[in-house]
Structure formats: C-alpha cells, structure tokens
Write a protein that binds this ligand. Sequence first.
Ligand code: NDP
Length: 577
Amino acid sequence: MPRTSRPQSYYDDIKTKFKEERDKRLTYRPPGTAQYTSELTGELEKYSTDPWRKEAPDREPINDQVEVLFIGGGFSALLTSGRLHERGIENIRIVERGSDVGGTWYWNRYPGAACDVVSYDYLPLLDEMDYVPVNHYSRGPEIFGHCQAIARKYNLYDLAVFSTTVTETVWNEEEQLWHVKTNRGDDMRARFVICANGTLAKPKLSLIDGMNTFKGHAFHSSRWDYEYTGKHLENLKDKRVGIIGTGASAVQIVPELGKTAKSLTVFQRTPSSIDVRDDWPTDPNWARRLQPGWQAKRREKTLAAVEMSPEKRAELDALTPEEKVRRQENSNINHMMRIHKRIDEIVDDKATAEALKPWYMFMCKRPCFHNEYLPTFNLPNVTLVDTKGKGITEIGERGPIFDGVEHELDLLVYATGFEVQLTGIYNSIVGAGGQNLQDKYADGIRTLLGIHTAGFPNLFIMGGYQASFQFNLTDMLQTQGDHIAACIDHVRTHGYQTIDATEDAESWWVQEVINHRGKTSRSEDCTPGYYNFEGAENRRQDGNYNGGFRKYFQHQGEVRSDMAQYFHLGKVKGEAS
Ligand code: NDP
C-alpha cells in the first residue's frame, strides 16, 4: 500500500536523477580518497601550521611513567578523564599536537564556528561541571572554553604535554607497560594508553593543479589566519575572497564572509542539504529548575528513544524487505524535496537556486542547519560558481579556473575537509610479539566493539570504525569513555596487570559488524563524500557497526558483565586468569 498520494514513478524519477548525479561525480574524480592529500609537507606545510600555537617552551625529553596516557586532548580524552577521576584514577597524561586541549574546537576557530547538535546533549559532563550552555546550539568559543574548564576541573593540565606529536607506541612485554615516543624525543611509559585522536583531525586538500602558483593568500578552514582577515574580518572589506568547498565548515563560514568581504566567490562541487537552525538563548528559568543529574537523564532518554515500540517493530517485520526499502527511500526523498522547496523560497536567482539543490538521499552527506547560508546568495557581492560536480581542477596565479575563467582573488579559503581516520589511530602502534596494528589490519579491521583489539593489551581506541555511528558524536564517545573507565577500574580493583580482548571475542564482533553492514544509507549508492570513502569499494568490516546505537550500548554492557569471557585478564607477565 503506497503511503503517499504521489505515484511511485515520481520517486523513481528522482532516484534516477540521484544516480546520474552520483555517476557524473564518480567519472570526474580520481577514485577514492586519492584525490586528496593530508600529507601537508614541503610547499603545503603552511596549510597545517598551527596558528594558535603558543611557543612551546624548550623542554627536556620526558622519560617518566603515568597510569593512563591519552593520545589526543579532545572530547574523548576529557570525558573519559572525568569517569576515571570518579574511580580515583588521577595519574592521567594528555599528549596533544595543539597547544591546548579541545581537539576539533581548538583547531576550528573559523568565523561562525558552532555545533549543529543541541548543546545540552553535545557538551559532555554538564552535570559534573554544573554548567548549562548559553544557547540551544553552542558557538565554537563556548565549546572550547568548556573543554578548558573540564581540563582544569580534573587537573589535566598538570601532566599534559602540548605541541607534541606521538610517533610510536610500543608494548613492552617485560615491563607490561606501553612506551610512547614523540617528535620531541620523549619516551613516556604508561600502563594504559587510550587513542583519543579523533576521526577527522588532519586537514586535507584537494589535489588541484597549480595550487602552489596562486599569488594571493590561502589557508585551510581549520587554520584560520585572523592576522590576515582581522579578528572581526574587518580587513576583508577591500578583498576579493573565494572559498572551495560547501560542506559543514563552509556552510558556517560563507555567511560571515558574505557580510564582510568586498566580494565572495563560492566554488561548489556538490551542495549540502541546508535545513532550519532552530536556535534560541537558554531560558534562565528552565536552567534554574534543572535538577542535578539532568543531562544523564537526557542521555538515557536518547537511548530509549532509538528503541522501536513492539507494535512498530511488528508492523515493520510484516513488510517484505523490498517494501521496507521502498518506504524508507520515499520518505527520504520527501524530506529532500522539502529541502529543495526551501531553497526556492529563499534564493532569488532561479539558476542559483537550482544549483544549490542537493540531489542525493538524506544522510548521504552530513546534513547542515543554517538560517543565513541560503540568503547569503542574494547579496550583491556574493557569487556561486557551480562546477556541476566537476570541482575546481586548476588554480592559476590569480585564482581558481573553471570553464576557462580565472577568478581573481586576494584570499582563497580551502574548506575541503579532513582525512577520515579509519582505524582510530595515527601513530605506529606495536603490540605484543612485535605486531604492528596496521599490519594486523591489512586484511580488514579487527576489534572488539571498535575499542579493543587482540594482541594489544591495555590499549583502547575511541571514535574509530567498528563502533556505532551517532550524529551526536559525544553520545557515542561517552558510552566508550564509560566502558573504558569501567574496564580499567576492573583491572585495577581485581589486581590484574593487563586486559586484552580474546581472538574469539574479536571474531564475534567483526562478524556482528559484517552482519549489519547493509543497513545504512551511507552506502555505495550515495553521492561520493567522506561518509562512503568517496565512493570507493571498501571491505565489509571497514566501517561502522550499524546494528544501532542502543544495541551497541547493550553489547558494551554484556561484555562488561562477563569480562573473563571476552578478555584475557593477566595477573603477572604471561599468566592469564
Ligand atoms: P567536508 O569533507 O564535509 O567538505 C569538503 C568540501 O570540499 C565538500 O563540499 C567537497 O565537495 C569540497 N571539495 C573538495 N574538493 C573540491 C574541489 N576540487 N572543488 C570544489 N569543491 C571541492 O569538510 P568540512 O570541513 O566541511 O566538514 C567536515 C566535517 O566536520 C563535517 O561533516 C562534520 O562532521 C564536521 N563539522 C561539523 C560542524 C557542525 O556541527 N556544524 C561544522 C563543521 C564541520 P564534494 O561534496 O563534492 O566532495
């Protein structure tokens, strides 16, 4: 039974258009991620230089021992530290490339930076910090400040090491400790190591011919040069500015540049879907009435909300798989057509409005929410250069070239995104028996819950693949942080030295991941983007666990309730429980 009044042919025609747009992009692009580079060295080094770096004081290499060492100082490390503190573990070190904590919110300080997830859910440890965010959606500086406040509360600055990159993490069998080596000559020992380096941490650039010949100023969106633009972009009033990319970063930057630059040219390859951003200042009366533990209760509700009622489940189970897919796709298309309609209502110029319409299923790319992005294209100083899926492939001395036209610019911003960290690790990790983790993963990622990997005792991975995917990443990170803190606590309170996933437990989880792989719209049918590895084929197990967030959470609980079944718990060297 069709559920809408539209004929199926309406939906089929739109699906055909989706496919055409996807196929067009795949033929234009080099396959997979090869079109990008995140090796920003040599002439490209300036695109990764830290503009916020407080000159790190010269220091002697560190050669000491801590209980828990985090590689990375973003939300993963901060919220897990909170949980470790609750269990009396305070000997914690963060090793971080930037010169402060904050991760994404340390690096991304571009104008307009904000989070699209409701602040009361996104900001972690609000109960513990006794803090209520200022708005329904938080701006970047507030989130960065919250990160710093967490670090202060848990004394994380005491042992933290900044402006330092971990290069090697090696398990020492004799000592039953990890040795963590860095680009500053450190050799730190740690009993537990947590890879908390984020999934989208390294800026990437599209490999465009001639980009180094450009004579104007250029930088990546995550390395905003306020010295050039001025703190409030006031230096741009006589500048011709261009931006390559129209993803979530650009969607927030474009309105700010549109308001301030003499001219703004937006170079688009694929439009984002832009929905309403329903923001408001936090009601002080509501905030005052909040009871202790309010955020934890909100999270519980989130977990409960994703569970389907038995009636709904039965209704769905009664459908054929084809009918299920058809209904899902039709309602997805309805949503995307509403996004299209909104563009027609807001954007004055018909050709520009057409060009801004995304032709793919909802969630093929990260959905964006902004009230000023679309109206910006009505401003007289703003031009959209729609490359119709082709992208900018050439840059000359004066600016990007498209269709034989060189667009002359003073400033070019690359909002071209970040390398996707598939494995959740960046440095070389060598576990028991001298095995390198990358070698272990050569035929496919192998983990338990995306967190543990057999043969790498006392090592935990946060935010990597084989874990659940959540639009609100901190929900997912919080469950991982809780789980990891509980595992470490179990080891310590039961007098164990080590915790290491068994091969059986790992095989079970890899199979769980494979079994659920088909259940996602982030598939090869989608237009290329980082969600689907730029349209490249990938191995069945190299992706997220798609069994659902609640199920992922439940599996974590099952594992913790029978540690001895899922882990080798070592008392002394070589002796397993
Ligand atoms: P994305 O990877 O999402 O976007 C990169 C953009 O660059 C795409 O529009 C891409 O086009 C475009 N591009 C790449 N090469 C070219 C080229 N040669 N010519 C023209 N365009 C090109 O990166 P973002 O930094 O925007 O976002 C990354 C992620 O960070 C988000 O998905 C989100 O998870 C997070 N984020 C969250 C925010 C929030 O909460 N609001 C804000 C900002 C970021 P194409 O689509 O065709 O590949």
